[in-house]
Design a protein around this ligand. Structure first.
Ligand code: MTE
Length: 302
C-alpha cells in the first residue's frame, strides 16, 4: 500500500503551523497506542488540516496548548464542571471496548475496537473545534476518516443517516443519573453524505497520545464544521437508519439545537450570540467563520 498522499484543499504545510512540542512526539504515541491496542499500528501520514482561510490568520494558526484541551471539557455524563471531567472520566473502563454496528448494513455486528485498530493506518489532522458556548480550540487528532469505516461496513442503499450513541453506564458516569438531561445515552447523528465527507473523522488519539478519557476515549467523532456537541465522545454504537435520528440536545433543548447544527455566525442560539469566539488560552475574541472556516470544503453539502 502506498503512503503517498495527495494534499487536500484544507491541508496546510506543517511548517506553517506553530506546533506544540508534544505534538511532535510521534514515536511516543506509537509506543503508547501500541500498548493500548496490544498490536502494531502504522501511522503512515501526518497531514495537518486547517482551512486556507484560517491558515492566513496568524493567531488562529497556533495549536491550543494540550493542557487546556485536556482540562476543560464538556462531557455531561460526568457532570457539568468542565475542570472536574479530567478526574471523573477516569472511572470509565476502556478495556475490551466494543463498537456495536446496527441497522441497515450488510452485516450488523459488534467490532472489538482493539482488533479493528490493529495494523490500521492512522493519520494526524489539525482541526478547529468550535463549541456552541463560544470557546474554540485548534487540536491535533489522530485517527482515520469515518468514511473508511463506513465503506468497510457496506451500508444498504436505504441507509440515509447514522445514529451514534455513547456508552450507558450510570454506575461510573453519575451524570447519567441526572434527569435534567434526557434521554441518555448521549445520541447524535450525521446524514450519510456528511458522514462520507473526507473531513469527518474518527479520533483515537490527541496531541500524539491515545485519547484521554475526558476527550472521549477510546474513540470519538470529530466533525470540524459543526458545533462541538456533534462530535460525540466514547462511541459505543453506530446505527444506520433511514430517518434523521433525534439527538440528545434536540430532546433536551429543542429551541436551541437542530439536527444539522453547522457553525454559522449568522444564526444566533437562545443563549449565545455566535458572531465571535475565544480560543482557549487567548484573551481575544475572533470572528466565527461560516462552517468554522471549512466552507470551501463542505459548503457544497448544503
Ligand atoms: N460527547 C458526549 N458523549 N457527551 C458530551 O457531553 N459534549 C460535546 C462533545 N461531545 C459531549 C460529547 C461538547 S458540548 C463539546 S464542545 C465537545 O464534546 C468537547 O470536546 P472536548 O472536551 O474534547 O474539547
Amino acid at each position: 500500500m502506498s503512503n503517498i498522499k495527495i494534499p487536500s484543499s484544507w491541508d496546510i504545510p506543517e511548517n506553517q503551523i506553530t506546533l506544540e512540542e508534544v505534538y511532535l512526539n510521534r514515536r511516543s504515541f506509537l509506543e503508547q497506542i501500541g500498548k493500548a491496542t496490544a498490536g502494531a499500528l502504522a501511522l503512515s501520514v501526518f497531514p495537518s488540516f486547517l482551512s486556507s482561510t484560517q491558515a492566513s490568520e496568524n493567531f488562529q494558526d497556533r495549536i491550543t496548548p494540550e493542557n487546556l484541551v485536556t482540562r476543560y471539557n464538556n462531557f455531561y455524563e460526568f457532570g457539568t464542571n468542565k475542570e472536574s471531567i479530567q478526574y471523573l472520566a477516569k472511572k470509565l473502563p476502556q478495556e475490551n471496548w466494543i463498537l456495536k454496528i446496527a441497522g441497515q448494513v450488510a452485516k450488523p455486528r459488534t467490532l472489538d475496537l482493539e482488533k479493528f485498530l490493529r495494523g490500521r493506518s492512522l493519520e494526524q489532522r489539525v482541526y478547529r473545534l468550535r463549541c456552541v458556548e463560544t470557546w474554540s480550540a485548534i487540536i491535533p487528532w489522530t485517527g482515520f476518516p469515518l468514511r473508511d469505516l463506513i465503506k468497510a461496513l457496506d451500508p444498504l442503499s436505504t441507509a440515509r443517516y447514522i445514529k451514534f450513541q455513547t456508552f450507558l453506564n450510570p454506575n461510573v458516569a453519575a451524570g447519567q443519573k441526572e434527569r435534567f438531561w434526557e434521554p441518555w445515552p448521549y445520541t447524535d447523528g450525521l446524514s450519510m453524505t456528511e458522514a462520507m465527507h473526507p473531513l469527518a473523522f474518527l479520533a483515537v488519539g490527541i496531541y500524539g497520545h491515545p485519547l484521554p478519557p475526558q476527550n472521549g476515549a477510546p474513540i470519538r467523532l470529530v466533525v470540524p464544521w459543526k458545533y462541538g456537541f456533534k462530535s460525540i465522545k466514547s462511541i459505543a454504537s453506530m446505527e444506520f437508519v433511514s430517518e434523521a435520528p433525534t439527538t440528545f440536545w434536540q430532546t433536551t433543548a429543542p429551541l436551541d439545537y437542530d439536527f444539522w447544527s453547522n457553525v454559522n455566525p449568522n444564526v444566533p442560539y437562545a443563549r449565545w450570540d455566535q458572531h465571535y469566539e475565544t480560543l482557549l488560552g487567548k484573551n481575544q475574541k475572533v470572528k466565527t467563520l461560516l462552517y468554522n472556516g471549512y466552507a470551501d470544503e463542505v459548503g457544497g453539502l448544503y
